[in-house]
Design a protein around this ligand. Structure first.
Ligand code: ASP
Length: 349
C-alpha cells in the first residue's frame, strides 16, 4: 500500500513538474490604440473586434502550448491580423496621400537580440514575414523599398498587387484627410474594386481611432525565448516616404532575453523617445517585478509629457503588461491556467 501511495505521489509530482514546465509560456498582442470609447462603436463592430482579438490570442496560445517557437507564433498571429481588414496592416492598411499602401514591419528575438525590419513595402502580402526573412537570411537589420521588395522576391515570399490591400473605408478616410490638407485627391488605384458606399459613422470611428490599428505581438515560448513583432500601414495620408516607429528597432519593437515590447501610436513621438527599448532598460533597472512600472514610466509619464499618444504591449519576465494613454487600445493576453483576456476600453482589465 505504502509503495502504491508513494508511486501515485511520485507520478502526480512528476506530472505537476512536467505541466509547470510545459505550460511556461505567455503572449500579449495589440491591434492599435486611439480614441476608442464606449458608445462610439455599435455592438456588431465591437463584437467583430473582440472576436478577431480572441481568435488571434487563442491561435498564438494554442501554438505556444503545443511547443511552437515564439518566432513562429509571432509571425503566424501577425499574419492573421495582416489578413484582417479591420486592422491597419496588410489588407486594410491606411493610404498615403498619393493613394498607395506603404507597409512597415519589424521583428526582434530576445535571446541574441537579432532583428529584421522593412519599410515602405507595397507588394509583399505579409510584411512581418519579410522582416523575419531579413533577420534570418540577410546580413542586415533594415531594408527599405524597393530593395526590400527585391529581397522578398529572392526569398520566395508571396507578392501581390498594391490594390490587394485596398479597402473602401481606408480609401474614404484618406480622401477626407487630403481634402482637409488642401491636397488633390489621388486617382483611385488600378485594380481597386468598384466604389461602394461607406457609413459616415464608420469613418468617424476610424478617425477617432486615430487611424491606428497597427498590430503587434509579443510571445514567450516554452524555452523562454522572447520575440516581439509589429506591422503597420503607418498613418493616414502620410507623405514624402514618411516612416513611423513600427519598423524602427528600439522605437516600435524591441526584445531582450527578459523583455519584449510592441508599440502603437503616433510614431513621431515613439521614435524620439525610443519607447520600446526605453521600457526594457527601465525594466532592467527596476528588476523582475517592475514591468508595469517600467511601461507606465515611459507611456504615462514620458510620452504624455511630450504630447504623444498611444501605447504598448509587453512581456516583462513573461508577465503580460500593457500601458496606453489613449481612451482605448485593442488588446489581448493569455497565460496558462487563465482564460484569455480581450479588452478594448481603458476601464477594462
Ligand atoms: N505607430 C504607427 C506609425 O506611426 C501608427 C500606429 O501605431 O497606429 O506609423
Amino acid at each position: 500500500m505504502r509503495r502504491l501511495v508513494f508511486g501515485v505521489c511520485a507520478m502526480v509530482l512528476a506530472n505537476g513538474a512536467a505541466l509547470a514546465q510545459e505550460q511556461d509560456w505567455s503572449i500579449v498582442l495589440h491591434g492599435g490604440a486611439g480614441v476608442i470609447e464606449r458608445g462610439d462603436m455599435d455592438a456588431e463592430t465591437e463584437a467583430a473586434y473582440r472576436d478577431a482579438l480572441d481568435a488571434a490570442i487563442r491561435l498564438g496560445g494554442d501554438m505556444l502550448a503545443d511547443g511552437a517557437s515564439a518566432m513562429d507564433v509571432v509571425e503566424a498571429v501577425v499574419h492573421t491580423l495582416e489578413d484582417d481588414p479591420k486592422f491597419n496592416s496588410g489588407v486594410g492598411a491606411v493610404f498615403t496621400a498619393e493613394g498607395r499602401n506603404e507597409l512597415d514591419a519589424s521583428i526582434m528575438r530576445g535571446s541574441d537580440m537579432q532583428a529584421g525590419a522593412v519599410s515602405g513595402v507595397t507588394t509583399v502580402r505579409h510584411p512581418i514575414s519579410l522582416a523575419r526573412a531579413v533577420l534570418e537570411n540577410s546580413p542586415h537589420v533594415m531594408l527599405q523599398s524597393p530593395g526590400a521588395e527585391a529581397f522578398a522576391a529572392d526569398q520566395g515570399l508571396e507578392l501581390v498587387d498594391n490594390s490587394y490591400f485596398f479597402t473602401e473605408r481606408r480609401w474614404a478616410s484618406m480622401v477626407r484627410a487630403v481634402r482637409r490638407m488642401g491636397l488633390s485627391v489621388p486617382p483611385r488605384p488600378e485594380g481597386a474594386p468598384e466604389p461602394e458606399p461607406i457609413r459616415e459613422g464608420a469613418l468617424d470611428l476610424m478617425e477617432r481611432e486615430h487611424a491606428f490599428g497597427t498590430v503587434g505581438v509579443v510571445a514567450r515560448d516554452q524555452s523562454g525565448e522572447v520575440v516581439a513583432g509589429t506591422s503597420t500601414g503607418g498613418t493616414t495620408a502620410k507623405r514624402w516616404g514618411r516612416v513611423g516607429d513600427s519598423p524602427i528597432i528600439g522605437a516600435g519593437t524591441y526584445a531582450t532575453p527578459a523583455c519584449g515590447v510592441s508599440a502603437t501610436g503616433t510614431g513621431e513621438y515613439f521614435i524620439r523617445l525610443n519607447v520600446a527599448a526605453r521600457i526594457c532598460t527601465q525594466l532592467e533597472m527596476l528588476g523582475e517585478e517592475g514591468g508595469q512600472q517600467a511601461a507606465d514610466a515611459v507611456i504615462q509619464d514620458a510620452l504624455t509629457a511630450m504630447g504623444g499618444d498611444g501605447g504598448v504591449v509587453m512581456l516583462g519576465h513573461g508577465e503580460p503588461i500593457w500601458s496606453f494613454n489613449t481612451p482605448g487600445m485593442y488588446r489581448a493576453s493569455w497565460t496558462p491556467g487563465d482564460e484569455p483576456v480581450v479588452s478594448i476600453y481603458g476601464d477594462e482589465d
